[in-house]
Unconditional design. Structure first.
Length: 334
């Protein structure tokens, strides 16, 4: 076969278009967080303030994790056309989100340890200064949350501006569950977690300042740590599901079976093996083996049936006929 004819049968493996706005927003948020971190640590050292130093180092963990998310976007974009990645580079972003969730668990653990130390060995608190630091941290985090939130909503609208090209009703199928950007979500969760702990800290510090409830500060620290750990766990579950290709309970699997086994032209065609995995935010790849009595059924025909589900971007289809199961000729696979 000539090279020019072969080109019509080949295709690239870029299954996800990336999220340029999210990448830019994540870099901006990382630099804002890093600058705030440097200011707090420098001021804490200059004014001999443990509150400033502690919040500065706490912010450094978030800056590092958000930086990981930003680098994941950059790496996925840089290697998008690298043939060594069999199904594209989108999972680099998911890996960044997974790593970010691990950092979030580390932050929660440090918050618990610090709070327990304060309960066991109470330290004098400079309430007014600490409240000012917490308000500064909250302001920085709200600005960052606004930037990332705008990127999230823009991406969400972009991914849902088109519908399925078929008449099936998927209102109950929960397609939206997987469509958000998990790498962006991980950066957003870091910012929101920091904002939430700042709010809890302000409440605790005001209570301690006005009513003398010094115990409230470490208790709120533990409450904040539990909240952060719950968010981190949810993020780990979502990103881990994608990394481990745990997708066989997704509605798209039932849709594939419906098209092939119950479609108007399916006849007695049955699926004997089916594997589905994600290769992009809304993109799925599948490997299918079917058995049929219809010798006119080809992989291209099955692929045409599947075309009504635009989220299926890559398919490997193997066809067997009933008599082949008794030792007849081999089936077709494309």
């Amino acid at each position: 076969m000539h090279a020019d004819n072969l080109s019509t049968w080949t295709h690239d493996h870029v299954f996800d278009t990336g999220n340029a706005l999210a990448e830019r927003s994540t870099w901006v948020v990382m630099w804002i967080t890093a600058v705030a971190m440097v200011v707090e640590i420098t001021a804490g050292w200059w004014f001999n303030s443990m509150a400033l130093l502690a919040d500065g180092w706490h912010m450094s963990s978030h800056a590092f994790a958000i930086g990981v998310s930003a680098l994941a976007y950059a790496a996925a974009r840089r290697y998008a056309k690298d043939p060594r990645f069999a199904f594209g580079t989108w999972k680099i972003e998911i890996l960044g989100g997974f790593a970010s969730a691990i950092f979030l668990l580390g932050v929660a653990a440090m918050m618990v340890i610090g709070s327990i130390e304060r309960i066991v060995s109470p330290q004098p608190i400079q309430y007014q200064e600490a409240i000012a630091v917490a308000i500064l941290g909250l302001t920085v985090n709200l600005v960052c949350a606004l930037i990332l939130g705008k990127a999230h909503h823009h991406g969400h609208d972009h991914h849902h501006c088109h519908g399925h090209a078929h008449g099936h009703d998927h209102s109950g199928h929960g397609h939206d569950h997987h469509h958000h950007d998990l790498n962006l979500k991980s950066a957003y969760v870091h910012v929101i977690a920091d904002a939430a702990t700042s709010v809890l800290a302000i409440v605790a510090l005001v209570g301690g300042w006005i009513y003398g409830w010094s115990w409230l500060d470490p208790v709120m620290g533990i409450v904040g740590a539990v909240l952060v750990a719950i968010w981190a766990k949810g993020l780990l579950v979502e990103t881990g599901r994608v990394l481990l290709d745990r997708e066989m309970d997704h509605p798209v699997v039932a849709e594939i079976r419906e098209v092939i086994e119950s479609g108007p032209e399916a006849g007695d065609t049955r699926i004997t093996d089916l594997h589905v995995w994600r290769v992009g935010k809304e993109a799925y790849s599948c490997a299918i083996a079917v058995v049929t009595k219809d010798y006119g059924l080809t992989p291209d025909v099955v692929r045409a049936w599947l075309a009504v589900h635009e989220e299926i971007v890559h398919s490997t289809i193997e066809i067997h006929h009933h008599d082949e199961l008794q030792g007849g000729p081999a089936g077709a696979a494309v």
